[in-house]
Unconditional design. Sequence first.
Length: 89
Amino acid sequence: MANIHSQKKRILRSERERLENRLYTSTIKTYFRRLESQVQEKDQPSAETTHKELVSTIDKAVKRGAMHRNTGARKKSRAARTLAGSSSS
């Protein structure tokens, strides 16, 4: 454990930020699983709603720094391909 006051504060802050970042990544994974299951069930309206929420969450995570912008772009592209696969089937 740190002895310096500012370092103690930094440890607490970094832990809080880590949990906030995990919240974003966990939510994104949940939306992905939901989107894939809705596409398999051919539930187009709810799949489009989930896709919209997923893209919004990814953009927020990138803006906040919880996710790198290239990673966000890759995930959005993958989600769009998943959604497009449902309409072509």
